[in-house]
Design a protein around this ligand. Structure first.
Ligand SMILES: [Mn+2]
Length: 437
């Protein structure tokens, strides 16, 4: 059954194409730096935005119905799975990411909910076998149900903690069964609204307890993939505990989770934290926590999480620079945690949004490869710190210098020379590479 009969298989037509239903820059099979573009980019569909979100916002209801012709919740979930795989095949997406509640809606009891999940997982397994498409990662929705109003692991209620643990157990089992390479903890409502009612220390310890229980259980049932934390500074809670990459890394190291957990960096969450996308990727990479990416963009004029499809090639180029510097993805990939704007209320808009996002990251990859080949940026940074290779600098980095020896050195000098940071030149180099011949 064709859920999107007007949409053809999306093909690569090249940069001169004017077709809105073709790739202009993403050629999945084109080999770049020794591997096909699809393996560099490892694009994934976000089940929640793509298959479930209907365009509702704080001021109005949905603008695009997504029940796929069914009214019964399980029939609708099965139809949604069929539609998801049609969409992914047409867009040549090799992976998808899901919350438990995206693939099957919650029932009256946990047991009934789990039975629904098993029914839909049977269908997903068949579709995966038929297509080769598989999960990049799975996760549990620990924020939508009213019981999670005070958080999940960080809730003031042990009963809520227990429900969250049960939900995580099932979501890990599903991820393992479906062959997912990762399991994500997005903080959901793990944070606080006011410190006047909050035991910060206990909430932090309990989050670490849930992560540890999840890690140990997953490993015991054969999960060999990676766990990811997805930093976000605010929304829905006023203060989210996984504020940014540096905060999440400190937490993981404090609780001894650094061997199993890496980061899933989302572009829009970086913006909300007052960072650039590249900043968060750089921190993750240099600290040894580079894992996966939620690719989207925010709106610099809005202070909330708009999760827009990424179309800014400066951002995607600098992101792909970091991905290449990290040695590429291993188990991670580029998940489009993105939704069409509310007035883009046709399925055709959704396909065109994916094409725009995939083409933007394909351009980003192409630019990043050219930047490395051009060499001017890498060379500049190397030269800028060259002083640390020899003499005084080598004494400092080699741990041979003391405050006394450095004072003696400084007392013997006049003034030191300063060097230009040459930011404007470097930004022009980026434009040269992007738009030059
Ligand atoms: Mn977001």
């Amino acid at each position: 059954m064709a859920y999107f009969p007007a949409i053809p298989q999306i093909a690569y037509e090249g940069a001169k194409s004017k077709s809105s239903l073709a790739f202009h820059f993403y050629d999945p099979d084109e080999v770049i730096l020794g591997k096909p573009m699809r393996d560099h980019l490892r694009f994934a569909m976000s089940y929640w935005h793509t298959m479930c979100a209907e365009g509702a916002d704080m001021f109005g209801v949905g603008t695009l119905r997504k029940n796929y012709g069914q009214s019964d919740p399980v029939a609708s979930a099965l139809a949604k799975a069929d539609a998801a795989f049609e969409l992914m095949q047409k867009l040549r997406l090799d992976f998808y990411c899901f919350h438990d509640r995206d693939i099957a809606p919650e029932a009256e009891t946990l047991a009934e909910t789990n039975a629904r999940l098993d029914t839909v997982a049977d269908r997903l397994e068949e579709l995966q076998q038929a297509t080769g498409i598989r999960p990049l990662w799975g996760t549990a929705n620990l924020f939508g149900h009213p019981r999670y109003q005070n958080g999940a692991a960080s809730s003031c209620s042990p009963e809520v903690f227990a429900f969250a643990a049960a939900q995580v157990k099932k979501a890990i089992e599903l991820t393992v069964r479906l062959g997912g390479g990762g399991y994500v903890f997005w903080g959901g409502r793990e944070g606080y609204e006011t410190l006047l009612n909050t035991n910060y220390a206990l909430e932090q310890e309990n989050i670490a307890r849930l992560f540890t229980l999840a890690r140990d259980y997953a490993r015991s049932i054969g999960f060999t993939g990676s766990f990811y934390i997805e930093p976000k500074p605010r929304e829905p809670m006023k203060h989210q505990y996984d504020y940014d990459a540096a905060t999440a890394i400190g937490f993981l190291r404090k609780y001894g989770l650094e061997g199993d957990f890496k980061l899933n960096i989302e572009a829009n969450h970086a913006t909300l934290a007052g960072h650039t996308f590249q900043h968060e990727l750089r921190i993750a990479r240099e600290e040894g926590f580079f894992g996966s990416i939620d690719a989207n963009i925010g709106d610099p004029l809005l202070g909330w999480d708009t999760d827009q499809f990424p179309t800014n090639v400066y951002d995607s180029a600098l992101a792909m620079w970091e991905v290449l510097e990290a040695g590429g993805f291993t188990l991670g990939g580029l998940n489009f945690d993105a939704k069409t704007r509310r007035p883009s209320n046709r399925f055709e808009d959704l396909f065109q949004a994916y094409i725009a996002g995939m083409d933007s990251f394909a351009l980003g990859l192409r630019v990043a490869v050219k930047l490395r080949a051009d060499g001017r940026l890498g060379e500049f940074v190397q030269q800028r710190y060259a002083g640390y290779q020899t003499g005084l600098g080598a004494q400092i980095t080699g741990g041979k210098a003391t405050l006394q020896s450095l004072e003696a050195w400084a007392l013997a000098q006049g003034e030191v020379a300063t060097t230009s940071g040459r930011q404007e030149y470097l930004e022009a180099v980026l434009n040269d590479v992007m738009f030059g011949g």
